[in-house]
Structure formats: structure tokens, C-alpha cells
Design a protein around this ligand. Sequence first.
Ligand code: TH1
Length: 823
Amino acid sequence: SEPVSCTGGRADMSLDGLRRTFREHVFYTQGRFPSVATRNDLYMAFAYTVRDQLLHRWIKTVEQMAGKDLKIVSYLSAEFLLGPHLENNLINLGIYDDVLGIAKEEGFDIQVIFDQEEEPGLGNGGLGRLAACYLDSLASLEVPAIGYGIRYEFGIFDQEIRDGWQVERTDQWLRLGNPWELARPEITCRVSFGGRTEPYQDDRGRYRVRWIPHRTVKGVAYDTPILGYRVNTCNLLRLWKAEAIESFEFEAFNVGDYYGAVDEKIYSENITKVLYPNDEPVQGKQLRLEQQYFFVSCSLQDMLRIYKLGGGKLDRFSRHFAIQLNDTHPALGVAELMRLLVDEEGMDWEPAWDVTCKTFGYTNHTLLPEALEKWPVELFAGLFPRHMEIIYEINRRFLDEVRRRWPGDEARVARMSLIDESGGRFVRMAHLACVGSHAINGVAELHSRLLKEDVLRDFHEMTPEKFSNKTNGVTPRRFLVLANPGLTRLIEGKIGDTWIRRPEELRKLEPCADDPAFREEWRRVKLENKKNLARVIRERTGIEVDPASMFDIQVKRLHEYKRQHLNVLHIIALYDRIKRNPSYDLCPRTFIFGGKAAPGYFMAKLIIKLINSVGDTVNRDPDVNGRLKVVFFPDLNVKNAKFIYPAADLSEQISTAGKEASGTGNMKFSMNGALTIGTLDGANVEIREEVGAENFFLFGLTAEEVYSLKRDGYRPMEYFQANPELQRVVERIASGYFSNGDRELFKPLVDALMFHDTFMLFADFGSYADVQGRVDEAYRDREHWTRMSILNSARMGKFSSDRAIREYCEDIWKVKPVPILLE
Ligand code: TH1
């Protein structure tokens, strides 16, 4: 076919071209005169101007990929936490300054325009954000890729803080329209649920099974272009929306059941209404399982459609598609691909199984036992009768193999089975993912090792060659260039800008750590960022914070294993020292928290209340005299995070060792020059290795110590009795000091610590408080602190998502870059 020629017009990226296109969009797309254009009109017109550029590159990408014998990565994820598109795309296109100029000429504040963008909050936290970083890196590395997921009508809730408590508000991100997506009403799939199966003989006399489902919905594709950094590759994020299939409505109309037809429509559209707001663990709700199957089935049908378009033969599918399962949420894909190949395409079991295993890779993101997904067999079989049969058949063949390898070891067979029968019957999604994949990986060295030794030990013993580690990474474009323009400029002044693609080159900054003038500049940038955050904090909370104080920040989802309350215990300890000794010498500190709690997670919500209550008391107490401030920053999301990471002096990464698979916030902070106080958990271990032990504040038990302490019987009371300061801290909470004398309010929290302390705060409290003392001392030596800060940024290159994606491409997906030319 003819290559699409589209030069000039809206593809014109000259200053004049951009300005003309922008004006046209105000007029023809928004239907406004410039003089009456609203803020949203202007934002939309800018967004469409940029989108035109993306579409131009997207078409070139598709055009140049067509007909080539290449391999595409399919990243299957229930969550994509993208964050605002506009600024990011300007950076990737290299027209940020041009557009700033146009805005100025046209007479408005570009910042106001940027603020207008609603972010697609289609994820909970790290897992969803990781998927978004990986899309950025795939495109930036010019690797053909499609992200597949769900177009939730309501993403992660907006958080408000009222009277110190979290209040959830629905996220109406689509209210004013979404200029970044293209609806594709012609790209649809049918997805079925329920019903029964039936054997039959096909025309060649072969035994087959057909699924007679109870109901069927339609998936409609919504496409968002994902442009790489300063390349022409523009990949695709394809999100599925559920709708009713038309024939249903017609049928209902024919028998006159108008309300029945509308009911059906509402029922169908329910599937993609709302993101489940639980980080880990996932709640075992039917609708959640329906969501998982819905998007996985649409995505696999779509891949097969694309593949057949190119004339590919099904037994070679895995040479052209590498599918990655982002945790077990899409693990049903293993059974669904088997169903599509065997039932729909008429393949035999063995070749279909061969294709399936070669196609899938599985990334595990958590060791928390309660977060390992399992679904009651009854629920599962009710929704997916055919998949249940397929899973039993996969399991039968798999367990035969286990028995061959370990004859007589029925305990092992029970442990490895895809069905958990140790009390009730459940489908184990992680086992399904392991058996159906050729590659299994964890997300940090420690996590991958613990997977092999513990959670997936039997699988590792059976197929060690499947296992590898892929330490997480984050994109330096969004989290450094976009979030921290001041630091970016400073770095560029010294070592140019090639580090934005190759962050290992940040190492060239190391010598600058010895240059007093550079250190001075570095501090100036940090101070500006802190002033900026102080302003936002004032606007959102009314609290005044001093940018000259140390900004000690913990932002992440609220979870007991992440131990925000350990941080609080330490704050109360400092407060207690001040109260006992009014002239206590403390380097002034501002403690900043942020993060959402799952709406049904009582303890997490109580911790938010505690943070705010301690803040109320401490911030108001004249005895504190500027030495302590405590702030809870409401509604942490990608948009707000941009103010936070660049302003941190100290990053709190204090999870119980062995619980945080990787963490990615830890990387965002350190890249921006924050020092870390942390345990040997997740990627902290590798961050410390990279930046040097002398530039990292380590405390706490190791994962091994945590396990053996648990094994030998952990008694929090012993630590409590041995530490008078800890006693005073707990007593202040228990006595109602922070709750107007109410001793009941925080009792659940105090009791949980005193009698169980599942996450061993008491065991780590002493070491944490000691090391915080060292932090206090270190901060007084500003020159030395700045040195450490510079070295942190300079040595974080490893944690670019580009490095992570390169490893996935080479070791797991076996895919190569395909450079795209514009003309
Ligand atoms: C997170 C992990 O907790 C975190 O340590 C890791 O850095 C991140 O994934 C990216 O790898 C997880 N998020 C979820 C969310 C759900 C279920 C399991 C996990 S693990 C819904």
C-alpha cells in the first residue's frame, strides 16, 4: 500500500505550524472564539495539537512495522497509572520550550493549562505506575509494543482529609472528555460468561468441546498513543470498555421488554465501571474476576486478529508476540489462549500448549501470602465452565510430570497443584501463571531470591531455568526531567543531556560532588523545590512549613507492612524529648506523609488519623518552637508526586524486611537527590549497593532475622519493656494525648502493636531511632550532606526503567528495536 503522506498541515512541528494548529483546534475542535475559550478549551486545543504530532508518528510506526517479520511485546496489566500526558509528550517531542513560548504569545499561563489536565488514575500504586514507566521505556527504546488493560470509567478515588480522616470521592476523570484517546468503535470483541459446556464431534470426527455461555458482552477498544523520548516510535495503549452487544437489545425490543434491554446494558457496562481500590491484597470479588477475564479475552482475541491479518500461522504465534503478565491479574490468559487455540481455532492440545508456554512470561510483585490471588472453584467454574475444564487438564498433565520427577511425593503434588484443596477449593492463579509461562521473574534481587526459596520454591526446583530477576526501574523523563527542571538544567550544564537516555552517564557528575560551587548550586535547586512544595502544602492544607528545615518524606500507599506508624512513633519520640527537655537540640524537621488507604482497610485509615492527630498537637505546641512539623499531603497521585520527590531531603523506605517486593518511590526520591533511611528490603538493597553504604542510612532487622524471629516466637512486649522511650511514646498515644483524652480512638492500633506487632515495629524501633539521630547529625554538616545527595543522583542510573526494559527484551521477550523514520 501507498505510504501515507502527511507532511505540512497538522504534522508541521515548526513554531508557526504549532501555533496555527492550536488556533484551529480552539475554533474547529472546541468550537470557540479565542475570546470566550475556557481554560478547558485551551487545554483541549493544546492537547489536540500535541496529539496530532503523536498520531503522525503513530501512523508512521504502524506503516513501517506492517509486513515486517517482527515481534511485538504485549504488556497485560489490570492497571496503568499514567499520570498527565501533556507535559510528558512535550518533553518527548522536544517542543516544551516552543509551546511555552506560544502560550506566552497567546497571552495565558501555561501552568494553568497543565493544571487543567485530569490524570488517568487507572492504578493503585507501584504496580500500575511500573506499567506506565515500562510503556515509556519500550517506546523510547523503539521496541514495538502494545499495552493492554481496562478503561475504568472511575479510576482510583480522590482522597480528601476531613477532621483527620480519609474520605473517598469518585474520580470522574472522563467528565470533560479525554483528548488523548481514540475510540475505536469498529474494533470490538465478544466476551462471554457462565453457562455450560458440551462435547461434540467436528467434521473430521475429532472430539471437541463447545461453550454455551449464559451471557456475552462487547469490548470496545480505546487507544492512547505512547510516544518515546526523542524518537519517532509511537506505541499503543489499548484499553477495553465493556458495552452491551446490540443483538441483545434488539431481541428485548422484539418481545417488548424495554427495561430488560436497559438492564442488560447497565449490567454489561458495569464490568469496566470502577478500579478496585486495593493495593495488595486483592479482594476476592466476582466483578474483579470478571474484569480480569474481560480484558484478557479482548486482548488475546485482538492479538490473534492482528496476527492473522499479517497471514501468520498459529503454531508460530510465539515468534511474533511476547505476552507479559503483570502479576497474576491477567493469569487467566493462559487458559484463555488455550481455549482460543483449541476450541476456536481447532488446534490440538499439545501444539497449543507449546505456543502458550512460549508466549507468556510472568512477573510476580509480592510475597505477602494474603496477596497471592486464589479464586473459589465454585465461583470460577460458574463464570468460566470451559476454562475450569482447561485448567483441570493443564493440572492433570502438570501433576503427572511432578509425579514422574518425584514419585510418591504426594505432599509436593498437593503443594504445587493449580487447585488448593487445603480447606475449601481454590484456583491458584500464581501456579497457573508459572506453569503456563516460559519465564518467571521477581522485581528486585532480594525479592527474586525469596521467591525461589519460599513462595515458588517447588516451581524453582522443578524448572530453575525459568527463573530470573528483573529489578524495577522508573522513567527518568517523568521523574527527573519533568518533575525537576531545576536539577535537570544544573546537570545539563555540567554533563550535557545524553544521560536522559543513558542514565549510567549520570556518574559523570561524581567529581562535581567535590566542587563547592556546584554544591552551592545543588542546594539552591533543592531549596527552590522545597519552597515550591511548601507553597502547595500551604494551599492544600493551610499548614506553614519552613523550607529551611529538613524535609523528611514518606509517600506511598498506606499499609501496615510499609510501617508509616513506625515513622509516627519516632516523631512522637522526638516530641517527647522536647517536652521533657525544652532546650533539646534538634535539627528542625518537617515530616511529610502522603498516600491512600484502601477504603475497607480500617487500620490503614486509623494510621492516617493518627498522623493528622499527632500533627495537630505537635504543630500547635509552642514548646516545639519550629523544631517539628507534621503534614499529611492529601490525594497523592502522579500529578501531586511531581512536587514531592524533588523536594525531599530524606526518603523513608522503612518496610519490614522481606515484605516490600521492590518499591519504586525509593528510586524516584534518590534520583532527585534525597538520602534514604531504609531497611534491607526490596530494591533498597541494590540502591544502597549503588550509592554506597556511606551515603545511605541503614537500620533494622534483615529478612532472615525477621523470619527466624517469627519462627522462634516474636514477643513485642519484651522490646516494649526494654525501651523506656518506646513506653512513653505508646503511653502518649494510649492515654489520649493526641485525641482530646479519648483513649478508645487509637486503642486498636496500640493493641495490635502490643499483642501482635505483625510487622515488628517494636523490634526495629530502637535501631530506627538511633539511625534517625545520625541523620540529624549528618544534616548539620550541609557540605557533607550535599555531597551525599549529589552522589545519590549520580549513582542511580541502574534504576532507569530503560535498563529494566532492556533486560526484559534480551532475556525474556527476545525482541529487538525497530527504528522508525519520519519521512
Ligand atoms: C507492588 C509492590 O508492593 C511493590 O513493592 C513493587 O515495587 C510494585 O508492585 C511494582 O513491582 C504491588 N502492587 C500490587 C497491587 C496489587 C496486587 C499485588 C501488588 S504488588 C493489586
